[in-house]
Design a protein around this ligand. Structure first.
Ligand code: GLN
Length: 212
């Protein structure tokens, strides 16, 4: 009961230029968190956290340019408020993204390779062990996901997928301080644990960007 009331005071924005922002909003609402669709700098004011959804990163970047959102979203990340990118959102937050004709926000010290899982495993689903979410595996949906090619020293790898034939463990969920990214889509499942984890991050960080 108390937790629900506290959550109601938390507002998390979802970048709503394109992609599956509605699905993120409904997950957050299920957790009793207020949400706001972000399409302008004004929409970022007073938010406690921000999600950049899945979609198409080139389109996101083009629209962020058209809507003059590059600077405001970059400034929001700089405030230290929690930010989470899923799939295309991960690409937008990365330090470097292959084959993207636009700048990224460079909020995470990772390098991503777009659409690099290869045609045969282009989209797939698998169960992941994610210690931060508890014992039960998390069913992860990957749709033309980026491959995380490298991670910097300050980046915590929360989950990996074994890639064949390379035979290496590829990071699919990462966190660097308050910035988090997953190459899969928790918003497309019924499992609210990842959203709940992000909400806890938001609630414990206590940073509210801009005045309410
Ligand atoms: N392949 C897309 C891109 O490069 C991302 C796909 C997704 O978000 N599901 O932006």
């Amino acid at each position: 009961m108390t937790a629900k009331i506290e959550h109601a005071l938390t507002t998390i924005g979802v970048l709503a230029l394109q992609g599956d922002f509605i699905e993120h909003e409904s997950m957050l609402r299920r957790l009793g968190v207020s949400t706001r669709q972000v399409r302008s700098a004004e929409d970022l004011r007073g938010l406690d956290g921000l999600i950049i959804p899945g979609g198409e990163s080139t389109t996101f970047c083009r629209l962020m340019e058209d809507f003059n959102l590059y600077r405001p979203v970059g400034a929001f990340v700089q405030t230290g408020a929690p930010v989470w990118g899923t799939c295309a959102g991960m690409i937008v937050l990365a330090g470097n993204a292959s084959d993207l004709a636009f700048p990224t926000l460079e909020a995470l010290d990772i390098e991503v390779l777009r659409n690099a899982y290869g045609r045969q495993v282009d989209s797939f689903e698998t169960d992941l062990d994610i210690a931060a979410l508890g014992e039960e595996p998390f069913h992860a949906v990957f749709i033309r996901a980026p491959v995380v090619g490298s991670v910097g020293p300050g980046v915590e790898v929360m989950a990996t997928v074994r890639s064949e034939p390379a035979g290496r463990e590829e990071p699919v969920a990462v966190r660097q301080g308050a910035v988090m990214a997953t190459s899969f889509h928790p918003e497309l499942t019924n499992d609210v644990r990842f959203h709940s984890y992000f909400v806890s991050l938001v609630r414990t960080s206590g940073t509210s960007a801009g005045s309410k």
